[in-house]
Design a protein around this ligand. Structure first.
Ligand code: BES
Ligand code: MN
Ligand code: ZN
Length: 451
């Protein structure tokens, strides 16, 4: 079999697959690349490639764990293999009228020693399921995945995973003074929601982390309207919110030892007859006034409300995930998220989680000399910069205004990696669920940052 595959051009490049029919079943060869470069990311990708290649079969046995070089931790590899299998097999078929072909139903993971594997497999499953939950939220169209619907799904998630869920309706949002969220919602027929989800560990807690996610269920740009082309994927504008909410489910399933609160402001950004006009001034929670000169820079407005609330509840660190700027995609491409913030220790923890999970981030600066671009002639701040350049940094500088001065804070701009036009390895087409794995790893390894 292997010789046959090699003869037909199988060179074991990472992710390469070749299917060879055999007497006792079909054999799928999956490339891992050269032995010295194999790590858990390779395993996750290979398992995902295997799941895709085997998708027309009801069951598959995967023996990758017995083929790894000694340097790869067997339990981490087992968890990565399970993640890859589940993520590679993911499909979004909710809106197909033809019944989708029967999916892969059963998987056997073959390993010489099963020691410690049950825990690793459960861990991989919990994380992958959370990623799929986030993908479903993003993939459901903006017209049906409304703020109300997101809140309903979060309530159901909370019941399944013993999480405390509280949902603010429009009246509560007004009472809380969240003028950013209300301002963005003003052009919509759909009422806004603000969801907060809390997890408290059973034993002692190593600290408290606040997760904040952008939850724009559809971004038309508002009156500063996007092009038709630019709007096509804008149901993904709640990818950050979906990721932080999904991470809460995994955190609970894994019994992580830190207290975690997730804050997600939810609205679409529409063009209704009473939509926020360019030039309007909004009052963010806490009193800061913002002149809205571009209604398409809406994410920072809803995040401002959420960040002030998170700050007031005094966590040890905060991290936000947001599909915030096209400029970040220009800078870093589709596959890498921009990382900005305050507090080197905390940002280093984010980078370490990124390295372990293969969800790539890259540090960008928050240059103080760009801050005057946010000065307004009529309000405390304006919501866009003065020039055409450095849009990801301008957005980061804007958010920084709403985070407590000595609170370690990471801002992850996921505009690129939250969405993929094509499927490859563990990345699905459409919403990718980017950030869930990074967040869970970050929380599992959390150490109270030095300030
Ligand atoms: N949701 C978009 C950012 C985005 C663009 C995400 C493309 C994914 C793909 C955000 O709300 C936005 O429109 N940002 C503007 C900001 C600008 C008006 C300062 C942008 O990037 O063009
Ligand atoms: Mn926008
Ligand atoms: Zn947006």
């Amino acid at each position: 079999g292997a010789a046959y595959a090699a003869g037909r051009g199988f060179t074991a490049k990472p992710g390469q697959t070749m299917t060879v029919p055999g007497a006792s079943g079909t054999v799928v060869y999956v490339g891992l690349g050269s032995a010295d470069s194999v790590d858990t990311t390779t395993v996750r990708r290979a398992a995902a490639a295997a799941a895709r290649a085997a998708s027309r079969h009801g069951s598959v046995a995967l023996d990758v764990l017995d083929r790894l070089p000694g340097a790869v931790d067997p339990e981490a590899a087992a968890a990565a293999a399970v993640e890859g299998l589940v993520l590679g097999a993911y499909r979004f078929d909710a809106h197909r009228s033809e019944p989708a072909p029967a999916p892969l139903r059963s998987v056997r993971l073959v390993a010489a020693s099963g020691k410690g594997m049950a825990g690793a497999i459960a861990r991989g499953e919990a994380i992958a399921e959370a990623v799929c939950w986030a993908r479903d939220l993003v993939n459901e169209p903006g017209g049906s995945m409304t703020p109300t619907e997101v809140a309903a799904r979060v309530r159901a998630l909370g019941r399944r995973h013993k999480l405390k869920v509280s949902v603010m309706d429009e009246a509560a949002i007004r009472k809380a003074g969240m003028g950013g969220l209300l301002g963005v919602n003003r052009g919509s027929e759909q009422p806004p929601r603000f969801v907060k989800v809390s997890y408290v560990p059973d034993g002692t807690s190593a600290g408290t982390v606040a997760l904040v996610g952008k939850g724009i269920t559809f971004d038309s740009g508002g009156l500063s309207i996007k092009t038709a082309e630019g709007m096509k994927t804008m149901k993904d504008d709640m990818g950050g919110g979906a990721a932080v909410l999904a991470a809460m489910a995994a955190v609970s399933a894994l019994g992580v030892g830190v207290t975690v609160h997730a804050y997600v402001p939810l609205t679409d950004n529409m063009t209704g007859g009473d939509a926020t006009r360019p030039g309007d001034v909004l009052v963010i929670r806490g009193g800061t006034t913002v002149e809205v000169l571009n209604t398409d820079a809406e994410g920072r407005l809803v995040l401002a409300d959420a960040l002030t609330l998170a700050t007031d509840e005094a966590p040890d660190a905060v991290i936000d995930l947001a599909t915030l700027t096209g400029a970040c995609m220009v800078a870093l491409g589709k596959g890498v998220a921009g990382l900005m913030g305050r507090g080197d220790d905390w940002l280093a923890q984010v980078e370490a989680a990124s390295a372990r999970t293969g969800e790539r981030v890259w540090r960008l600066p928050l240059p103080d000399d760009m801050r005057p671009q946010l000065d307004s002639k009529v309000a405390d701040l304006r919501n866009i910069g003065a020039g055409a350049h450095g849009g990801a940094l301008i957005a980061g500088l804007f958010l920084r205004e709403f985070v407590g001065a000595d609170l370690p804070w990471a801002h992850v701009d996921i505009a690129g990696p939250a969405w993929s036009d094509d499927a490859s390895a563990e990345v699905s087409a459409g919403g990718t669920g980017f950030g869930v794995r990074l967040l869970v790893d970050l929380l599992e390894n959390f150490e109270r940052p030095t300030r």
